[in-house]
Design a protein. Structure first.
Lengths: 483, 485
């Protein structure tokens, strides 16, 4: 009997709003402990929540981007439990009336294209951080993160493999970054993932018992945790036993999943609608306003890059992986009007240099305008392709324009036939023995002469012309020799 | 000049504006009165130095030509309302030494109007009670009879206002906690429409029921004080953006043509016959002044108490979850671990009645019981509110008793929570429906204890309440009665 994995993912996305979801304290990160606090963040008596409209806007944006139905009548609910990082003793979330439902996204992985259902998206607030100090046997509570807005995205259990799961997560991250609602960094905690997985015989509709794996903090670990869990559950089932429904943690050092020691015996959250927050009504016109302002989504840009720019799916995927890259590419294209060149230069030279120096494209020292100009210089044969590469290096180091650099260093390609011919003849003069051999019939010396000519011209001669002229000169010299 | 303890807000305003006295003089005099009135146990905290420096500042503002309704006038606020410079204890051990880190919006409004915040008044712990007997700081005594309760939970504010310790005070009303003590003390008490006054900085008991209310010894004073604290607050999502009208102007409108609804369900067995008599007499008086009494029915009244004692504890159990000894307030010394810290802090920090309500609240919200209790109670609440909407198609104001009895003896009901809960049977439906309501002094019983008339109006129609109160006050003397010194 063959089994298949049935996987659903719950993603928590930290939103990059200026202030927290229910109060004006800063939602930024990286501050010293308990800097971004106010009465509500501290759960002071008498404090009250006020919804940050941006959060609802971001939620609708994400819902639309994921093809969801947007709920017009929204309520917030209180979810109760006691823990030091939860200052009010309850988290304000949404329970049975989430802001977005019944959506789907398209996920590419490898050559496959799959549609993964989105069950729901809801708004909620983040908790603070507990840091356990083993020296003093105490816990330190930092509430900077308490109240930061989160969107919880719950997928349908449509995912069938660990690599698909990883691809799904990457798509979610990509969408969030394209919308500029979150930077989706798993290692910084702005994207968190819990995975639900069960196995069932292929063809069976009924779900098997699922386990939940919590707080996996990288795409790789998601794959590994699921891979491990599949093997583990398979072993349990093969031995005739039943899979226990439990919550697990992934031990990334050992590569195994481990049952969580139940810190709260399945807590009763005592959900009820938060009486401090009136229902949020989202009308049609606001949804339309948001829909109109939506930036193009990754899927759409990928399609456009293939159809409009004639790029391969492979190249288009690289360029549209990040919105900033896609925008950059288009800006370069605007200047040089050559998609293929722009693609090559951006993906190999620019990305190569950025990666090497660990610079983000948003901080690129080479502007799209300048790169476009550089490409034009090559197309217009002002400089050779080889020369352009070193000009690029200089551009990257100094942020100067290519024109400036070429001008200053006198790197303009020599294309004048007469000038190149003079150099070619000089090379022939200076390399008499090779010249004799060459004229005598050793055609393999052609590249030697090209090389020497390029060298003598300090790389500024147009290689195509050099080639042509050497061929022409060779013919002339051979013809003469036969006289 | 008459001693400030005998002067209301209006009279003090006249004296101050006429430069007959200063805020420092008035404040000093009232601080003495408060000190002499310790037997009432009306205050948890008296801001001696701060009050005087506020008074000095008020006098300076006045000297610079500034005029404002409460400029220089001492007002007391219930100890569940935050005011920087004071502690806010909610009469509970769990907030024993908690210093107010910020001002409530109503506090800000009082300060903007120049009021001198003279101290924090005693109350039932976390506003849960109808007699001011559950306070960690001891019971408040009714100035009419020191063996009797002043009512609750805003017993301190009521007693202080009655006894002349202050000309006016703020309280909070969740199920009657302003109106019922006003009635038992023989003064005016108002609960505004839900959403009229900001709850920001007011320690929450039941979020969908709480409102800050006002106490005063005359209808005009009540109007002035209420005007100052009313208005939309962006910090409170449940406060409504409706401009508060000048209630004072309704006081002289008269009641000609006004229809006063008399709900039959409020005149029931268990209602003290003397209270009933006084209330019916008052209604007849209002008719004499030009109104018409019409019988109305509020058929779901009998379910109000049950609905309230499901919803209020539920919300309270949630609102009081934050008192966990972690960030502020009382924490047991040397906790063994986190669980121990939580268990012992909350067990020792909260009083019996508070714990009782938290348990009831947690239960009705729990899985398996939510639908049968909380959800169902909310649905019945809608029916109760609809009763009023229907009644208001036939009348403009509803009149009823405030409490089924006059002030009872201290200790009389403490062993029987249900008997205690029954004190609020007439006031609770009003909170469930979010309506504005006022207690008006309308009589005395054979023991010399005050009786209050409850007036209820449509949402946002506090003016109708002041209209009736103003006319009734002009024609009667109950509001002037004071306990023997």
């Amino acid at each position: 009997m063959e089994f298949e994995a049935v996987i659903g993912l719950e993603v928590h996305l930290q939103l990059q709003t200026k202030s927290k979801i229910f109060c004006g304290a800063s939602a930024d990160f990286g501050a010293s402990p308990n800097e971004f606090i106010d009465p509500l963040t501290l759960g002071l008596p008498g404090s009250l929540p006020v919804l940050n409209r941006r959060v609802a806007e971001f939620a609708v944006m994400l819902g639309l981007a994921m093809n969801c139905e947007i709920r017009q009548f929204n309520r917030f609910a209180r979810k109760h439990y006691f823990y030091p990082d939860l200052p009010k003793g309850y988290q304000i979330s949404q329970f049975d009336e989430p802001i977005c439902e019944r959506g789907h996204i398209t996920v590419h992985f490898g050559d496959a294209v799959r549609t993964i259902g989105i069950k729901r998206i809801h708004m909620e607030e983040d908790a603070g951080k507990n840091i356990h100090d083993t020296r003093t046997h105490s816990s330190l509570v930092d509430l900077n993160r308490a109240g930061v807005p989160l969107l919880e995205i719950v997928s349908e259990p449509d995912i069938r493999s660990p690599s698909e799961a990883s691809a799904y997560l990457k798509s979610v991250r990509q969408i969030a970054r394209f919308l500029e609602i979150s930077d989706g960094n798993m290692d910084e905690g702005s994207l968190r993932c819990d995975a639900n997985i069960s196995l069932r015989p292929v063809g069976q509709l009924k779900f098997g018992t699922r386990t939940e794996i919590k707080n996996i903090n990288s795409f790789k670990f998601v794959e590994r945790a699921l891979e491990y869990e599949i093997v583990r559950q398979m072993a349990v089932l093969k031995s005739g036993k039943e899979v226990a429904q439990e919550t697990l943690l992934f031990d990334s050092a050992q590569g195994v999943t481990r049952a969580m020691r139940s810190k709260e015996e399945s807590a009763d959250y005592r959900y009820f609608p938060d009486p401090d927050l009136p229902p949020l009504v989202i009308n049609e016109s606001w949804i339309e306003e948001i829909r109109e302002k939506l930036p193009k989504l990754p899927e759409q840009r990928l399609k456009e890059f293939c159809e409009v720019y004639g790029l391969s799916t492979y190249d288009a995927a690289i360029l549209t992986a990040e919105r900033a890259c896609a925008d950059y590419f288009e800006a370069v294209f605007k200047v040089c009007n050559n998609a293929k060149s722009a693609c090559n230069w951006v993906t190999s030279e620019l990305f190569g240099a950025l990666n090497k120096q660990s610079v983000d494209i948003k901080e690129t020292p080479v502007s799209a305008q300048h790169l476009g100009e550089l490409i034009k210089l090559v197309e217009g044969e002002t400089i050779s392709g080889k020369m352009a590469k070193s000009v690029f290096e200089e551009m990257f180091a100094t942020s100067k324009s290519p024109g400036e650099i070429v001008e200053a260093k006198g790197l303009q390609q020599v294309t004048d036939d007469g000038a190149i011919l003079a150099i070619v003849r000089q090379v022939f003069e200076q390399n008499k023995s090779q010249a004799t051999e060459f004229i005598g019939g050793n055609d393999r010396l052609h590249s030697f002469f090209v090389g020497q000519t390029m060298k003598l011209s300090k790389g500024s001669a147009n290689p195509k012309k050099v080639n042509e002229l050497i061929t022409a000169e060779l013919s002339r010299l051979r013809a003469e020799a036969q006289k | 000049m008459t001693h400030p303890s005998q002067l209301g807000i209006g009279d003090l305003r006249t004296a101050l504006d006429g430069k007959k006295t200063s805020s420092v003089e008035v404040t000093t005099a009232l601080l003495e009165t408060i000190n002499a009135g310790k037997k009432y146990n009306a205050f948890i905290e008296v801001s001696n130095e701060q009050a005087l420096s506020q008074a000095k500042a008020a006098d300076e503002r006045f000297a610079r030509g500034e005029r404002a309704p409460l400029l220089g006038i001492p007002i007391a606020i219930k100890d569940n309302i935050l005011a920087v410079g004071t502690k806010t204890t909610c009469a509970s051990k769990i907030l024993g030494n908690f210093l107010s880190p910020y001002d409530a919006t109503v506090t800000k409004k009082l300060r903007a109007s120049g009021a001198v915040i003279i101290g924090k008044t005693n109350m039932d712990e976390f506003a849960m009670g109808s007699s001011n007997e559950t306070s960690t700081y001891g019971s408040v005594k009714n100035p009419w009879d020191l063996d009797r309760v002043p009512g609750g939970s805003s017993g301190g504010s009521a007693a202080a206002t009655l006894a002349g310790l202050v000309p006016g005070a703020l309280g909070t009303d969740t199920g009657g906690s302003v109106r019922q003590p006003a009635s038992l003390c023989g003064i005016y008490g108002l609960k505004p429409t839900y959403g009229r006054v900001s709850r920001y900085g007011v320690v929450a008991f039941a979020s969908s029921l709480d409102q800050v209310g006002t106490f005063a010894r005359s209808a005009a004073d009540l109007a002035s004080l209420t005007e100052v604290i009313s208005g939309h607050d962006a910090l409170d999502s449940t406060s409504v953006a409706k401009a508060a009208p000048a209630y004072s102007s309704a006081l002289t409108k008269g009641v000609k043509g006004l229809r006063v609804g008399v709900p039959k369900e409020y005149f029931i067995k268990g209602l003290d016959p003397e209270v009933e008599k006084a209330v019916l007499t008052a209604i007849r008086k209002i008719e004499d002044l030009g109104a018409t009494a019409v019988p109305v029915s509020l058929p779901h009244t009998e379910h109000s108490l049950a609905v309230y004692y499901v919803l209020a504890p539920a919300e309270a159990s949630s609102n009081l979850a934050r008192f966990d000894g972690i960030r502020y307030g009382f924490r047991i010394p040397e906790p063994k671990d986190l669980k121990d810290l939580y268990y012992r802090t909350r067990s020792e920090g909260f009083g019996k009645e508070v714990k009782r309500r938290i348990m009831v609240g947690a239960f009705v919200l729990s899985t398996g019981y939510y639908d049968a209790y909380y959800l169902r109670a909310q649905k019945v609440r809608t029916l109760i509110a609809k009763d009023f909407t229907n009644a208001f198609t036939q009348c403009d104001v509803i009149a009823s008793p405030v409490a089924p009895t006059t002030a009872f003896k201290i200790g009389e009901k403490m062993n029987d929570p249900i008997a205690m809960y029954l004190s609020d049977v007439f006031t609770i439906p009003v909170n469930l429906a979010g309506l504005p309501s006022m207690s008006v002094p309308c009589g005395m019983d054979g023991k010399g204890l005050p009786i209050g008339l409850q007036l209820i109006a449509k949402p946002w129609d506090e003016e109708a309440l002041f209209q009736v109160a103003g006319a009734y006050e002009a024609a009667t003397n109950w509001h002037s009665m004071r306990p023997a010194a």
